[in-house]
Design a protein around this ligand. Structure first.
Ligand code: GYE
Length: 354
């Protein structure tokens, strides 16, 4: 079931607000920089409140940019953007503000999977459809959200571990000698849960050994900090499985600061780094240099799909409940051309210098 659009009295309120702001000699943009398209707002603009969980990674920044690009005034939208600084409590407050503001739609990129029942029940009560972007939530009552757009994080991980398995076999690497360090993303986030689940399954299947598991919170700084500690305690670590590229960048900084080398030749003492996203040029450059061995792609540009879902709702129809984006896997190493995950084969995109 999905909710009917709530026709808001907010248009008049917005016009009054603009007039007041002009009267006190302050431009509306200055007063509310994160409200796009509010100058001379027309009643016809569709008001969308978007609660972004933070700005922790390059992926996140690309995601934010895509949403801001899709929801412009020219396209007929007034976007109210709120950044929660990676705190779910801030997202709850943002959603409550959106409800008070009488938005037509609420979009949320949730920080963690649990803890959404109350605030989403309030949105439901107000008749405002909630669309989830990127991460999933765990709620018994699925009618608390209208639809979800995002990635299959477990599948991403299965592709990366399939690449690792093949690499070790093909290059005669003794898998009994693997000492894996695991850098997890923010605990409780779908991306962390899926990517951790994929590694755990591969560890079990192949009898790999994980010597350290740390929360790197998806940031470069934390990735660097925890890797430095891991290398200090476990000098035999030869693989670092990072749940995103920013943590991988931090891990590589720590590897180099410790006088070690990030690379695939683990028999010669290099440390193999694998990760996820493939969004920033910096990460792709590290991939070309062989410092990151492979990256499971995570597609960030959800703006157009979110807009398409709202268009469907505007037309009085029901969008698909779950909408997965399609993703691949990248490496600069040409020895592995495809991976298999969940019973399917996926080509590896070989990244070269050209
Ligand atoms: O992979 C990571 C980010 O939820 C898909 O969150 C997202 C993840 C992404 O911070 O870089």
């Amino acid at each position: 079931m999905f909710f009917k659009k709530n026709k808001r009295p907010g248009g008049c309120i917005s016009i009054l607000l603009v007039i007041c702001l002009l009267c006190i000699g302050c431009s509306p943009q200055e007063a509310a920089p994160e409200v796009a398209g509010d100058v001379g707002v027309s009643k016809d603009l569709i008001k969308v409140g978007f609660s972004q969980l933070g700005a922790e990674s390059d992926w996140r920044q690309a995601n934010t940019a895509s949403i801001k690009e899709a929801f412009t005034r020219e396209a007929g939208f007034q976007l109210i953007f709120e950044d929660a600084g990676q705190k779910q409590a801030n997202q709850t407050m943002a959603i409550r503000r959106f409800i008070q503001q009488g938005v037509d739609y609420i979009a949320v990129a949730p920080a963690t999977e649990v803890g959404w029942e109350n605030v989403l029940a309030e949105a439901k009560e107000a008749g405002i459809p909630v669309i989830l972007v990127d991460r999933m939530i765990e709620v018994k009552d699925k009618s608390l959200y209208t639809c979800w757009i995002g990635s299959d994080f477990r599948l991403e991980a299965d592709k990366v571990t399939s690449w690792m398995e093949q690499y070790f076999k093909l290059h005669d690497i003794n898998q009994k000698k693997l000492r894996i360090a695991h850098l997890q993303g923010s605990i409780g986030a779908s991306a962390q849960i899926g990517r951790t689940g994929g590694l755990k399954a591969a560890v079990k299947k192949n009898n790999w050994k994980v010597v350290a598991t740390e929360d790197g919170d998806f940031t470069q700084a934390k990735g660097r900090e925890v890797t430095a500690g891991i290398l200090y305690e476990h000098s035999d670590v030869n693989v670092i499985y990072c749940e995103n590229d920013n943590m991988a960048m931090g891990a590589i900084e720590a590897i180099e600061a410790a006088g070690r080398k990030a690379g695939k030749d683990i028999e010669k003492g290099e440390i193999m780094v694998v990760s996820f996203d493939g969004v920033s040029e910096e990460a792709m450059q590290l991939l070309r240099e062989g410092k990151i061995a492979c990256i499971g792609e995570c597609y960030p540009a959800h703006g157009p799909k979110l807009r398409a879902a709202i268009d469907v709702l505007e037309a009085g129809k029901k969008p698909d409940k779950l909408s997965f984006v399609s993703e691949g896997i990248y490496s600069a190493d040409s020895s592995i051309t495809q991976v298999s995950a969940a019973g399917k084969d996926y080509p590896v995109t070989i990244i070269t210098n050209n």
